[in-house]
Ligand binder design. Structure first.
Ligand code: JD2
Length: 228
């Protein structure tokens, strides 16, 4: 998979090259390219923003640099999926991460200020499959942190990125429930015991206990996942 990220803060993504995505990148499974939006400006000050029509606080990202960036980057593949992190987008879930992990080319446009001129989203539809996606119901200052979360969630689903394929089906959200609690040695620590069933060697009893824990945690912490 090729991922192109466009941002006015490309150095935000430096840390992403490390961690679990590092290996995928080296092997060519994940080909990440981070770009500075200002490279598609042509004025002396490399301007990317302007005042909003209709008035209001803050600035809006100008459409021209975005269109040039999207024209150039979408030409790298026959089928681009173009993602704009946005507080007004659909919430990003594991189901979306699975969908995106199947694409050959993602372009992620990270806005700043009060966001991007609306016509950019309309124009992008002529270049690829466009999605406005929100990380969740809280306000960030721009799309970069959301883009990094999405890249990490998608990247680890690409075959060859996670070492152990079993770990993908067992964890949170893959089966629509929260994870069961995990323990490691020592078996007793500061007067706290590891649940006895986990030391029993009874794999059936362990599986049953873990499923009960998943259901109970989901019921108390995330009832919305059980369909309320
Ligand atoms: C962004 C901003 C409009 C207020 C580009 C915020 C996001 N879950 C999420 N919260 N906020 C964002 C997000 C994404 C992109 C931009 N801003 C600042 N815009 C109103 C603040 C500018 C996601 N994904």
């Amino acid at each position: 998979m090729r991922i192109d990220v466009v941002s006015i803060f490309p150095s935000y993504f430096d840390g992403l090259s490390l961690s679990l995505l590092g290996k995928a990148r080296e092997s060519g499974i994940l080909d990440l390219h981070v770009h500075d939006l200002r490279d598609w400006t042509s004025d002396r000050h490399r301007t990317v923003d302007d005042t909003p029509y209709g008035g209001g606080a803050g600035m809006v990202m100008k459409p021209e640099p975005w269109a040039l960036a999207l024209d150039e980057l979408s030409a790298h593949s026959d089928a681009s999926t173009i993602i704009f992190p946005s507080p007004a987008g659909e919430v990003f879930r594991q189901s979306r991460a699975r969908e995106l992990a199947e694409q050959e080319h993602l372009i992620i446009g990270c806005g700043r200020y009060e966001g991007i001129d609306e016509r950019v989203f309309e124009y992008a539809v002529s270049l690829g499959d466009v999605h406005l996606v929100s990380l969740g119901d809280y306000v960030l200052n721009g799309g970069e942190v959301a883009a990094m979360a999405m890249i990490e969630a998608v990247g680890r689903l690409i075959p060859g990125v996670v070492g152990n394929p079993e770990s993908l089906v067992e964890e949170s959200h893959e089966d629509g429930l929260l994870e069961y609690p995990s323990y490691t040695k020592p078996a007793q620590w500061r007067s706290r015991d590891v649940p006895e069933v986990l030391l029993s060697g009874n794999h059936g009893a362990i599986a049953t206990w873990r499923r009960e824990q998943q259901l109970e945690r989901t019921r108390t912490r995330r009832p919305d996942l059980l369909g309320d």
